[in-house]
Design a protein around this ligand. Structure first.
Ligand code: AMP
Ligand code: GLY
Length: 419
């Protein structure tokens, strides 16, 4: 039986650990650093996701057969390169390939060069030139900081004054560090998340999901990491999926090979169905969070075999998806995505999970004196599985109602586009 190490501490990693625990091949799962929910399924290792050298030593000393990387920060820190150089098997792209997420400018230039459909754009490092360009264009306009900014690097100003403040913040005050800003055309339409297992030019699609980025009901309030998701996405047709695979995901994988940075891992297409066709909003170099929590429970194939085939560059096995559909609600700390308190006790988890078609993935929890307490912005992802999205919705909401915590809020309207 294989020993697997999962890197990360959120709901995404909890869902990866859960999928690995269903594998016939996997005997022991470690997770670094993990969280209070993951601790019930895996042995948590007190190493942070970016402690690359220590993680490598841990994997070597403990005979880990395969390491699976969740978060982008570990990939951008070069964890795959370090492990590969040490002869350790790892699932996750190299630092060079992770640039597709860590640099918006790299991703946009790649798409422009290879004819992959996306919003028109210009990149600036000079505040004066950027504000002049924005002043001549239309509103709303999309401004994206060219680097990792923990989901806070995108602003969509409605007026020149708002745009000016955001550009000053990013280019003059260097809020996220010294860097460039991509100015993008504003597109409209429903968004969806298309994650694919990729190994060079081999691309195996996962079932679709849809996230809800805004903090409050009615898609109002600030952007977050995501407040809920469901899978599949019935408003996206089979033709849209075929188009997205053939004209976006496969050409992007091929472009990465042509550019000398072949992608191995999960390529996440954040796509939008605009009136003029499906276009790329962003690429990520990893599983989405909370999308993974609704997608992986539907995977019937052995995930260890998929991860292994990519780590070893052997042909990927077939992926089979359950007909049961999923919907999940994020319970987040009051104040998120701004500042929030931690350490609030959570009760009722056992009762909420008594129904076997409910899964609760921990996003930001820890153990304190024998009880589970909040320790992050997003705290729990409560997922229901059922024959229809409406039933999955009802199951998940019923479970949410059983969870007690004075400092959590959630959006009741997850799935509004399809229910
Ligand atoms: P990103 O981090 O690039 O995914 O952007 C965060 C969110 O901003 C996306 O999920 C969209 O809702 C929105 N967004 C980004 N780019 C555009 C665009 N070109 N047009 C409209 N909305 C956008
Ligand atoms: N839920 C969006 C992301 O993972 O980037």
């Amino acid at each position: 039986m294989k020993k697997v190490l999962v890197i990360g501490s959120g709901g995404r990693e909890h869902a990866i650990v859960d999928a690995l625990s269903r594998s016939q091949k996997v005997g022991k799962i470690y997770c670094a650093p993990g969280n209070a929910g993951i601790a019930a399924m895996a042995e948590c290792v007190p190493l942070k996701e970016t402690q690359v050298e220590q993680l490598k030593d841990f994997a070597a000393e403990n005979g880990i057969d395969l390491t699976v990387v969740g978060p982008e920060a570990a990939l951008a820190a070069g964890i795959s390169d370090t492990f590969t150089q040490a002869g350790l098997r790892i699932f996750g792209p190299s630092k060079a390939a992770a640039t597709i997420e860590s640099s918006k400018d790299f991703a946009k230039r790649l798409m422009a060069r290879y004819g992959i459909p996306t919003a028109a754009f210009e990149t600036f490092d000079d505040y004066g030139k950027a504000i002049e360009y924005v002043g001549k264009g239309q509103f709303p306009v999309v401004l994206k900081y060219d680097g990792l900014a923990a989901g806070k690097g995108v602003v969509i100003p409605e007026t020149l004054e708002e745009a000016d403040a955001a550009l000053k913040d990013m280019l003059l005050d260097a809020r996220f560090g010294k860097g460039k800003v991509v100015v993008e055309e504003f597109l409209t339409g429903p968004e969806f998340s298309f994650m694919c297992f990729v190994d060079g030019t081999q691309v195996t699609p996962m079932t679709l999901s849809q996230d809800h980025k805004r903090a409050y009901e009615g898609d109002k309030g600030p952007n977050t990491g995501g407040m809920g998701a469901y899978s599949p996405v019935p408003i996206i047709t089979d033709e849209d999926i075929e188009y997205s695979l053939e004209h976006i995901m496969k050409p992007t994988a091929a472009a990465m090979v042509a550019e000398g940075c072949p992608f191995k891992g999960v390529l996440y297409g954040g796509l939008m169905k605009t009136p003029s066709g499906v276009k790329v909003i962003e690429f990520n170099c990893r599983f989405g969070d909370p999308e993974t929590e609704v997608v992986l429970p539907r995977l019937e194939s052995d995930i260890y075999d998929i991860f292994s085939s990519i780590a070893d560059s052997t042909p990927m096995p077939e992926t089979i998806w359950s007909k049961d559909v999923t919907m999940g609600f994020v319970m987040a700390s009051k104040g998120y995505p701004g500042s929030y308190g931690k350490g609030y006790a959570i009760t009722g988890l056992e009762d909420a999970m008594a129904d076997k078609s409910v899964r609760i993935y921990h996003m930001g929890t820890s153990s304190q004196d024998g009880s589970i307490v909040t320790s992050g912005g997003r705290v729990l992802m409560v997922v229901g599985s059922a024959d229809t999205l409406q039933n999955a919705h009802d199951k998940a909401l019923e479970a949410v109602g059983k969870i007690g915590c004075e400092n959590l809020f959630f959006r009741r309207d997850i799935g509004w586009r399809v229910l």
